[in-house]
Design a binder for this molecule. Structure first.
Ligand code: SF4
Length: 421
């Protein structure tokens, strides 16, 4: 991991909803965007509050029409998280959103280019101390209105040196656009340069980080459904963050924005860039030695512990004793399975041996007890050096191996992979 790149800092928010710092020495901020229509006030407020409850630190809303910016006047007093207005095509939406009290504006240089219009937005933001993100997405970076120019630019984009030409266009456009801001003595700017191509995302942000000291908003645009977009997003974003680049992230999925928030935090936890909230769950992938329905168990454990445990307790769920003890040694609470049974350990101490159908409740009970001990100061997370001796596979874990050897072991319940909700 490289040290984080030092940038300018922008502040988003106000006295009522609180202020979120982006860039400088602030932690990497997680943001997302609503899915519904902003003009549907009640559902928009409900969605923003749901995303804030899931941990979103900024929430962006689209304001394509005057009825959306009009709705913002009613939405703003009802939410508890800084709001960003996403503006395309018409600078007046930005002015109206600022008037309605939003905390940040996103402008697209690809579709709001008129200098006077940009200056009008800058003046309004300056007066209200509202920062602006300049988002030069791949889809809008090339000139669409001038066919000849577009063809020439696309020739560069899709030529042999694809990224090189594209980056040249992008950097040039950014420089030109930023000049308007600098000429107006406005520096509260964040930059994004999203693409659907993960390698281009890495190259684009790397080049921008060398040239500009504004905080960077990382993202992969139109990444797809969660099942594939998770990898498409976390590979480039994780690469950039590990290289010290990036100050706020939005993972974008063609599915619920709550997942975007959860997965962005998980990525940051994995990189040690945010302090984990809630359980750190590890589990084995299962194999031909499996002796309980582990996939079902892991999903049930995940859902249960997500709502019932607040501390970052490390929990290991292991399918058998072959690798179970070794993997579980780093965990605060561990279970490994035998013949339709589970043995539970808390920091290396064996505390329960229960049949498969009782594992979930027993594990939850032990996690709760351990959490209470940590809260009272009796125990510390991850503090003990844990050594777990493998339990007796025939005695403590039932006679599973005997049965297998005799060829009469019951088959484990068919494994089910359930949805992640
Ligand atoms: S813990 Fe056991 S069941 Fe799970 S993957 Fe390892 S060997 Fe297989």
């Amino acid at each position: 991991m490289q040290q984080r790149r030092k940038t300018r800092q922008i502040i988003v928010g106000d006295d009522r909803v609180g202020r979120v710092a982006i860039g400088g020495d602030a932690p990497v901020v997680v943001q997302t965007m609503t899915e519904g229509y902003t003009y549907e006030i009640d559902s928009c407020v409900a969605e923003i509050n749901k995303l804030a409850a899931a941990g979103a630190e900024l929430v962006r809303v689209a304001v394509p029409e005057p009825k959306d910016t009009e709705a913002l006047k009613h939405i703003m007093p009802q939410v508890q998280v800084p709001i960003v207005a996403d503006v395309h095509f018409h600078f007046k939406r930005a002015l109206e959103a600022i008037e309605a009290g939003v905390h940040k504006i996103r402008l697209n240089p690809g579709n709001i280019q008129d200098r006077k219009q940009v200056e009008a937005v800058i003046a309004a933001c300056k007066e209200r101390k509202v920062p602006i993100r300049i988002g030069v997405n791949e889809g809008s970076i090339v000139e669409r209105r001038d066919k000849q120019k577009r063809l020439k630019e696309l020739g560069g984009v899709f030529g042999d040196n694809k990224h090189g030409h594209f980056l040249a266009i992008m950097i040039t456009k950014l420089e030109e656009y930023l000049d308007i801001f600098y000429d107006n003595d406005f520096y509260d700017v964040a930059i994004s340069a999203k693409s659907t191509d993960p390698t281009l995302v890495i190259d684009a942000y790397t080049e921008i980080s060398k040239r500009f000291d504004h905080p960077l908003h990382l993202g992969v645009t139109h990444a797809g459904p969660r099942e594939t977009a998770m990898i498409r997003s976390c590979v480039p974003l994780g690469t950039l963050l590990a290289n010290g680049i990036g100050d706020t992230v939005r993972i974008s999925y063609a599915s619920s924005s709550v997942y975007e928030v959860e997965d962005a935090f998980e990525m940051l936890y994995c990189l040690g860039l945010r302090e984990r909230k809630g359980v750190d769950l590890i589990a084995c992938p299962t194999c031909g030695r499996i002796q309980v329905d582990l996939f079902t168990l892991v999903q049930d454990v995940r859902k249960k512990l997500k709502t019932e445990i607040k501390l970052p307790i490390k929990v290991a769920v292991m399918g058998c004793i072959v690798n179970g003890p070794g993997e579980a040694e780093g965990a605060d609470v561990a279970i490994f399975a035998g013949d339709r049974r589970g043995i539970i350990y808390v920091q290396g101490q064996k505390v329960a041996n229960v049949p498969e159908e009782e594992i979930l409740e027993a594990l939850l009970a032990e996690c709760k007890k351990f959490e209470a001990k940590v809260q009272s100061g009796e125990a510390k997370l991850g503090e003990k050096v844990v050594e777990i001796a493998p339990p007796d596979p025939i005695g403590e874990l039932g006679s599973g191996f005997d049965k297998i050897a005799a060829g009469n072991v019951d088959k484990v319940t068919p494994l089910t992979i359930r949805s992640n909700d």
